[in-house]
Structure formats: C-alpha cells, structure tokens
Write a protein that binds this ligand. Structure first.
Ligand code: AMP
Length: 148
C-alpha cells in the first residue's frame, strides 16, 4: 500500500479494555438499556448530570472498524436513549460526542457515543476527570430508565 492510500490496516481489537469487560459483565455499570447488539450505561466521570455512554457489543475500537450493522444499531440506541435523557431531565440541549484515536481524546478503545445533556450557561465539566459514586448516578439513571 502506498503512503497516499486512504486504506488502513485495522489494529487488532484489545479485548481487555474496560468497556469490553462491562459488556461481558466482568465489571459493573449503572445500566440504562441493553439489547442484543448494544448497551447504554452511565459515565462514571460525568461531564454533566445525565451523561450516558452507548456502545455496540461488536468488537470495534473506532468508527473505522465498526460494521455498518453495528453502527446502525449503535445509532438507533443512541437516539432512543437521547430521547429518554431529554424527557427525563428536561434538558434544553443535548450533545452527542464520539472520539476516534488518542489524538482526538479517545481514552477507552471500544467505540462509544457520549450523550451529554446541555443547559445554556452551564459549562461542561472536564472530560474523564472526576469520578462520582453509584449513589449519585443511580437516581439519575432511574429517571432515564423510566422515560425509555
Ligand atoms: P473517551 O475519552 O471518549 O474514550 O471516553 C471514555 C469515557 O468513559 C469517559 O467519559 C470516562 O469518564 C468513561 N469511563 C471510564 N471508565 C468507565 C467505567 N468503568 N464506567 C463508565 N464510564 C467510564
């Protein structure tokens, strides 16, 4: 392959990443929604109240590696959960973020969408900085689940 080609050889997927362990049920999460192809759970270092992550169950590190079917499933779940977040928390705005590669800020090497509620005048907290407990996340998660 010449250096100008847009084709790229995918890196082997690392099954020891933390989201792979959550998908396999090896470590806990505050779950919002699950189906055959996707899982949604609370971010433990939320940038705003109601920050949810959506992952496909397919082994894929980033947007370049995920199959079209996996992408479609992830987007359908993202929309479903985003509607529930909006309805549960009455947030006037909602941000979707998806990072590819360390240079873009990706810190967990399993593709995911961030669903982040936004309210005018309230700044986002830092990315992946301050961990909060299950006691904080669970009441918010319960509201979102009830709105699904
Ligand atoms: P990114 O930097 O886009 O890869 O985002 C990874 C996100 O995963 C960050 O927002 C972290 O706060 C979050 N995170 C890391 N570990 C966990 C975990 N065990 N459960 C839930 N969220 C996590």
């Amino acid at each position: 392959m010449d250096s100008t080609s847009s084709k790229r050889v995918p890196m082997p997927y690392d099954r020891s990443n933390i989201f792979a362990k959550i998908i396999r049920g090896e470590i806990p999460c505050v779950k919002i929604y699950e189906d055959e192809k996707t899982l949604a759970f609370m971010d433990v270092m939320p940038q705003a109240d109601g920050h949810v992550l959506v992952v496909p169950k397919e082994d894929a590190e980033n947007i370049f590696d995920l199959s079209p079917e996996g992408l479609a499933a992830m987007m359908a779940t993202t929309q479903k959960v985003a509607k529930a977040v909006r309805n549960a928390l009455a947030c006037p705005g909602l941000m979707l973020v998806q990072l590819n590669g360390a240079a873009a800020g990706q810190s967990v090497n399993h593709i995911h969408f961030h669903i982040i509620p936004r309210t005018g005048g309230i700044d986002l907290k830092f990315h992946a900085r301050e961990m909060v407990g299950r006691d904080v996340l669970e009441p918010i998660a319960a509201k979102i689940r009830a709105a699904l």
